[in-house]
Ligand binder design. Structure first.
Ligand SMILES: [Zn+2]
Length: 296
């Protein structure tokens, strides 16, 4: 599990389970997007089935087939909504012996998307799991998962990846230092997002146009970008040391703004985030803020 960045706590829990030889049959990996939950689930499946001594060796036929998504016993389900027919099929397979390895591992991504009938139908198999099947759910949080399901699981917490870890990763990949520094800040602990920003060659963080806002599925990235820009503007106007100001670009965008306006906007951003959480019309709110920034 050394290949996964950070996540010491999760690694410890999983390594202990393997070393003690008493592997629970149901886990929920909980934490934000882009921090390695699915990769860790695959590493764990490798460790359970590895033919080598230092498990996972990442080198034996078992490890390699799982790494390449070719192992018939490691089943990854990542549909947007997981329906009743899939859960029925999954239950049937769960009671068959694994084809190639010791354990069959079901990885169900975004388990918060399970429909209520599907969750209920899975409950039975999670209550009395077959000896050779392991279930790993991944979820952003536990709020939308049935309590009866949660109570059956070993919860494995994942956290945002630390800035310096993301910074080192980007530097290893040949990212220039100043860009690595900005990306590691803007990515908010999300490794996938950091790598996307690096691949795209920009910060994903230009102050956007109104059309861009309309096209967004989720406002997270834009909100983070504007939050950082506002934060930097506030620090800059308040006379903070240059070292604390992350983005020169942000400073340029906000040049000429007044401190009280920026503080007001910063709190407005937090309100927009709250709107997003309750699925309210955050797009409109964000568009209004954008117009305001543009006018100044
Ligand atoms: Zn191996």
């Amino acid at each position: 599990m050394r290949e996964i960045l950070g996540q010491k706590r999760a690694k410890k829990i999983l390594e202990n389970a393997i070393q003690q030889g008493r592997v629970p049959h149901f886990f929920i990996f909980v934490g934000p997007d882009g921090v390695g939950k699915v990769s860790m689930a695959k590493e764990f499946a490798m460790a359970l089935n590895c033919l080598g001594t230092d498990r996972p060796c990442r080198n034996c036929p078992m490890c390699l087939s799982i790494l390449n998504n070719k192992n018939p016993d490691v089943i990854l389900i990542n549909n947007e909504t997981i329906g009743i027919s899939q859960t029925r099929e999954l239950k049937e397979i769960a009671f068959l012996s694994p084809i190639s390895g010791r354990y069959r591992v079901f990885i169900i991504e975004n388990a918060e998307n399970l429909t209520l009938p599907s969750a209920n139908s899975l409950l039975k198999v999670l209550e009395e799991p077959p000896a050779s099947s392991i279930f790993i759910f991944t979820a952003r949080d536990l709020n939308n998962i049935l309590k009866t399901i949660i109570s059956r699981a070993l919860i494995v917490p994942f956290s945002p990846v630390k800035r310096d870890v993301i910074f080192s990763l980007l530097m290893e990949k040949g990212c220039p230092e100043s860009l690595a520094s900005e990306i590691s800040y803007l990515s908010g602990g999300n490794v996938e997002r950091a790598l996307e920003m690096f691949d795209a060659g920009d910060l994903g963080g230009k102050i956007v146009s109104y059309q861009d806002i309309e096209a967004l599925d989720t406002p997270d990235q834009i909100l983070d970008t504007i939050s950082v820009a506002l934060r930097d503007g506030i620090l800059s106007l308040a006379g903070a040391d240059e070292r604390f100001i992350i983005s020169k670009r942000s400073k340029a965008i906000l040049n000429g703004s007044r401190l009280e306006n920026l503080i007001e906007d910063f709190f407005f951003i937090q309100e927009i985030k709250a709107l997003e959480d309750c699925n309210s019309d955050w797009r409109l709110a964000l568009a209004l803020l954008y117009r305001e920034l543009e006018v100044r």
